[in-house]
Design a protein around this ligand. Structure first.
Ligand SMILES: [Zn+2]
Length: 96
C-alpha cells in the first residue's frame, strides 16, 4: 500500500453539493494548490493574499458566491494530510 502521508485532496462543494474546486497537495514536498476545475481556470498556489481572511469562489450551477474562513479550510486540510488513512474529504462552503 502506498504511503499517502503528507498528501491529500479537500473537495469543495456548495450547499447544494455541486463541486466548486478542490484544495490539494500531490506530493509531500509540493505546495498546497487550489484547482478550480479544468473548465474554470488553472491551478494556483493556495492560499493567496486574495484568499485572506476568507476564501471565496462561485458555484457556477447555483450562480452564487460561496466561501469559508481560510484558516478553517487550512485546519481541515492539515488534519486531512496528517491522517494517513484518508486522502480525500469533502468540505461544504456556505453561501456568502
Ligand atoms: Zn451549487
Amino acid at each position: 500500500m502506498a504511503n499517502h502521508e503528507g498528501i491529500g485532496t479537500l473537495k469543495l462543494e456548495c450547499p447544494q453539493m455541486h463541486p466548486v474546486g478542490k484544495i490539494l497537495k500531490e506530493a509531500p514536498h509540493h505546495q498546497i494548490s487550489y484547482d478550480p476545475g479544468a473548465q474554470v481556470g488553472p491551478r494556483r498556489f493556495w492560499p493567496d493574499e486574495d484568499d485572506q481572511p476568507q476564501f471565496k469562489t462561485r458555484c457556477r450551477q447555483c450562480d452564487k458566491p460561496v466561501g469559508e474562513a481560510t484558516t478553517a479550510l487550512q485546519d481541515k486540510f492539515r488534519d486531512l494530510v496528517l491522517n494517513a488513512s484518508e486522502i480525500s474529504e469533502i468540505a461544504t462552503l456556505p453561501f456568502v
